[in-house]
Design a protein around this ligand. Structure first.
Ligand SMILES: Nc1ncnc2c1ncn2[C@@H]1O[C@H](COP(=O)(O)OP(=O)(O)OP(=O)(O)O)[C@@H](O)[C@H]1O
Ligand SMILES: [Mg+2]
Length: 389
């Protein structure tokens, strides 16, 4: 089933951007018999004309009786089936709406069918809804007179975006805002085309990284995580962190925090394995200043984590800011103070800085309990606060 079929509106409120037309159709079915017996819904493709007719039937609990151009040409069928259907109240007394869809399929040479239609309208006991893209040809001049004309406008791109987002929610999928905007603009008011595009793009998840690269240089960490966690591993993923404004070490923390939200079981174990390898490289980078290991850290965090999954994932996951970033920051702050105190101490008592650091727990107690030494060390407020903590 296509998404257009699956997500076809079934209530008036589902039909977006056509409020005026909806009101007119409501009034038409409600007051049927008082004025004209047919309406023509006219407007560009994919804007809700056929849908509106079906919804009108659903909402008024009526059955829909659909006629097409060839039905109108078929004299025999017309006499034996259509005419009775259009004239008589059905036995169940069920309400009925007659839909003549895409009447502009009729050509000038079908003038006979057009006059048949006009005749049917004159004898119908049920509301007739006609749809067309273009109703302004001369051939429809007489028909126009018999009908109330209701314009169906093309849908503006914001409304189309809303429709797309509501479909994604129902499908439990995520597609970036940028892509949604570009689909919505490209289709020029045609909702059907927009929904088709959306469905196509949702099938090609691996298209996404390059999409992001072109449209949005500064992709944020959330998008990067989504690309890595949801997609199959592709070489494009190797560049995914280039446009994230965070260090690789911070990215590692983000991944660590959010892996369990996406991966389970075997996948989770594999992902943690890659993560710990990345962490080993990170350690070597710091200890030995092997900057070329950054490449490996990057590969493990992007391609590696993506490759840990068995198949691409769908659905929306909300990612969390890593708690460890806060803890590490606090730790770093503490470490910085410890270091500065040790430095001051080593100068004062002429011991090596390394030794002062190694024996810091003892030094800390000495300095803490001796305000005279604190003065000599010229400890600042923050350092004092650290000692007393
Ligand atoms: N106004 C709208 N609000 C919500 N969904 C819409 C709207 N218009 C169209 N759609 C979606 O697009 C699909 C196609 O719409 P529909 O068949 O009603 O278009 P149409 O106006 O009859 O086009 P055509 O002129 O090509 O027959 C619908 O199934 C529905 O999913
Ligand atoms: Mg239609």
């Amino acid at each position: 089933m296509t998404w257009n079929e699956k997500h076809r509106p079934i209530c008036f409120i589902d039909i977006k951007g056509q409020q005026l037309a909806v009101e007119k159709i409501k009034a038409f079915t409600k007051n049927f018999g008082l004025e004209k017996k047919a309406v023509i819904l006219y407007g560009p493709p994919g804007t809700g004309k056929t849908t509106l007719a079906h919804v009108a039937a659903l909402e008024t609990n009526a059955e829909i009786f659909e006629l097409n151009a060839s039905d109108l040409r078929n004299k025999e069928k017309l006499e034996n089936i259509l005419k009775p259907a259009i004239q008589q109240k059905s036995l169940t007394k069920k309400k009925k709406i007659i839909l003549i869809d895409e009447v502009d399929g009729l050509s000038v040479s079908d003038w006979g069918s057009i006059s048949t239609l006009i005749y049917l309208i004159s004898i119908t006991t049920y509301p007739v809804i006609i749809t067309a893209n273009n109703i302004w040809g001369k051939k429809f001049a007489d028909l126009r007179k018999k009908c109330e004309l209701i314009q169906i406008k093309e849908i503006d791109y914001r409304t189309i975006k809303e429709i797309l987002i509501s479909i994604l929610k129902k499908e439990n999928l995520f597609i970036s805002n940028d892509i949604l905007t570009s689909i919505a603009i490209k289709v020029k008011g045609d909702v059907r085309a927009a929904i088709n595009d959306l469905q196509t793009i949702s099938n090609f998840k691996e298209v996404q990284p390059s999409f992001f690269d072109e449209r949005n240089k500064e992709i944020d960490i959330f998008n990067a995580l989504r690309l890595i966690f949801k997609n199959k591993a592709t070489t494009e993923l190797l560049n995914v962190f280039d446009s994230v404004n965070l260090s690789l070490d911070e990215i590692l923390l983000w991944i660590e925090e959010n892996i369990p939200a996406e991966y389970k079981g075997e996948e989770l174990a594999k992902a943690y394995e890659y993560l710990s390898k990345a962490d080993i490289f990170k350690g070597r980078i710091y200890k030995q200043q092997y900057w070329r290991f950054l490449v490996y850290e990057n590969i493990l965090l992007s391609y590696g984590i993506a490759a840990a999954k068995k198949s691409a994932k769908t659905g929306f996951t909300s990612y969390k800011k890593p708690e460890r970033i806060l803890k590490i920051w606090m730790h770093n702050q503490a470490h910085a103070k410890k270091k500065s105190i040790a430095q001051k101490y080593s100068k004062l008592v002429h011991v090596g800085e390394k030794r002062a650091m190694a024996e810091f727990s003892i030094i800390k107690q000495i300095v803490k309990s001796n305000s005279e030494i604190q003065k000599q060390l010229k400890l600042n407020e923050e350092e004092l606060a650290y000692l007393n903590n």
